[in-house]
Design a protein around this ligand. Structure first.
Ligand SMILES: [Zn+2]
Ligand SMILES: [Zn+2]
Length: 278
């Protein structure tokens, strides 16, 4: 299987759902789809792409913000109780994978929603621990799912001085590493991104909104300062829409990703399709 990534959405946290969905993605593995984050729009996007919720093999959680974890609760309930009105319970747990700190905080954020629950025998407690199946990984340490290797690398996102949010980009590769790409998730600008990830596509956080002081996202104007050879490997994401009058291709970028676009590891768009809403 070729190393490819499909975007559930490429929108910002505040995206208009008619324009785009949250910046979540699917990496295709021999063991099934691996989600990179699961925001509130992820379930709708999966449905439009024809990816069943029960097929999801793992959810990699890059960090705790609503547009990246806000769909996990619903996904977990639906996998457990059944996908549709005429579908019975599946009793399937939902896997989540990240660093220990992120998974501990994820449990804290969802525990009150999922503590009381109903199993086959009736109401019970400790629902989160029964329905969600955490896998802890260390940062900068490779792990493999279905023939694809993953690694979580810390990235600055809401990070200044002693304020350091646990936030991670995802390095993804196959085999001996010939095919490799990097997904920044949410990150501030790093001028050395090309040296940190010297091969393959860099799917990069990009914000077109008026620049302001802050340490959350990367602005398009900052990406324009990168060398030509680095921009040529960058696929823009998390931007919702490219504004009128801006041409990322003319500015030397590889592409600007749209909802449901599928890319190979070089950042070449393999497929582009609008949601099938039928
Ligand atoms: Zn985000
Ligand atoms: Zn974020």
């Amino acid at each position: 299987m070729a190393l490819e990534i499909t975007f559930l959405g490429t929108g910002s946290a505040f995206t208009d759902y008619r324009l785009n969905y949250h910046n979540n993605a699917v990496v295709h593995t021999d063991a099934g789809p691996v989600l990179i984050d699961c925001g509130p729009t992820a379930l709708q996007s999966l449905r439009e792409l024809g990816i069943g919720l029960q097929q999801v093999r793992q959810i990699l959680v890059t960090h705790l913000h609503g547009d990246h974890i806000g769909g996990i609760e619903q996904l977990a309930w639906q996998r457990f109780y059944g996908d549709g009105d005429d579908d019975g319970p599946n009793w399937n747990r939902t896997p989540v994978c990240s660093t220990e700190r992120v998974l501990t905080d994820l449990r804290t954020s969802l525990w009150a929603c999922m503590d009381e629950w109903t199993d086959r025998d009736g109401c019970s407690r400790d629902g989160y621990d029964h329905i969600v199946e955490p896998t802890i990984v260390a940062q900068d340490t490779a792990f493999e799912i279905g023939g694809v290797c993953f690694e979580l690398n810390w990235t600055p996102h809401v990070a200044v001085d002693d304020i350091i949010k646990p936030a991670f980009g995802v390095k993804v590769w196959r085999g001996e590493g010939d095919e490799v790409f990097y997904f920044t998730s949410d990150t501030t600008f790093r001028s050395d991104i090309g040296a940190l990830y010297p091969r393959g596509a860099i799917f990069h956080d990009c914000n077109f909104a008026p620049a302001h002081g802050g340490s959350v996202h990367t602005h398009y104007s900052e990406l324009l300062t990168l060398p030509d050879e680095v921009r040529a490997r960058i696929v823009l994401m998390h931007h919702t829409v490219v504004p009128e009058g801006v041409d990322p291709l003319a500015d030397g970028f590889r592409a600007a990703a749209a909802r449901h676009d599928r890319f190979d590891w070089t950042g070449t768009r393999v497929e582009s399709r609008m949601p099938n809403l039928s």
